[in-house]
Design a protein around this ligand. Structure first.
Ligand SMILES: Cc1cc2nc3c(=O)[nH]c(=O)nc-3n(C[C@H](O)[C@H](O)[C@H](O)COP(=O)(O)O)c2cc1C
Length: 172
């Protein structure tokens, strides 16, 4: 698959098969995250991989959606605000760095015929408690990973995305 084909194949999967993600594939997804670029190359992140049945049940408590229960694996991508680069006006680049990591992971998973879904609408404090995180470590994305049981909406890029004409300016 070309890059654009991979990018267009990725979608938010909300129904997973119970089949486990192979260890080699999981490692490739984590590796894709590891090599992501970051501001000043500070790499302000940590990945928690949840796969054990009882741990997945605990993860369900931080994002209470029935479909989320179907995921055989959840990666919690955390940003470390003690390590992230802050611009001189104070802007913290932690979220940007973690977003790049997450995108690398989702696209690598897609290439491996696995599916994912970004989740940010989770309970922050419960997630902190679950992982026993110190104040400077922020869980930013929950990423379920698994084999999909749902399918993509074929018109999602033509009808569900703004056209280039609306979002690009070529001349100032
Ligand atoms: C930063 C971010 C946060 C998101 N949070 C959630 C979420 O909490 N729950 C959810 O079901 N989907 C979440 N999504 C998925 C979006 O709804 C989805 O990416 C968007 O509707 C486009 O659909 P697609 O991913 O299938 O192309 C999130 C996506 C992004 C990029």
């Amino acid at each position: 698959m070309s890059f654009l084909e991979i990018a267009k194949s990725r979608y938010s999967c909300r129904n997973y098969d119970s089949r486990q993600v192979e260890a080699e594939k999981l490692e490739m997804i984590l590796e894709a995250g590891r090599i992501a670029p970051s501001a000043v190359n500070f790499q302000p992140w940590h990945f928690y991989v949840i796969q054990a049945e009882d741990d997945l049940a605990k993860a369900f408590e931080v994002y209470h959606r029935e479909w989320f229960r179907t995921a055989p694996c959840v990666i919690v991508i955390c940003g470390d605000h003690n390590q992230s680069w802050k611009r001189k006006d104070g802007k913290d680049h932690c979220d940007i760095d973690v977003a790049i990591v997450t995108d690398h992971m989702t696209l690598q998973a897609t290439e491996l015929e696995l599916a994912t879904c970004w989740i940010c609408n989770f309970d922050l404090e419960k997630t902190r408690d679950l992982l026993d995180l110190p104040e400077h470590m922020e869980p930013i994305v929950l990423l379920p990973v698994g084999y999909p049981l749902d399918s993509v909406n074929p018109v999602r890029h033509s009808e569900k995305r703004k056209p280039l004409s609306e979002i690009v300016t070529f001349e100032l």
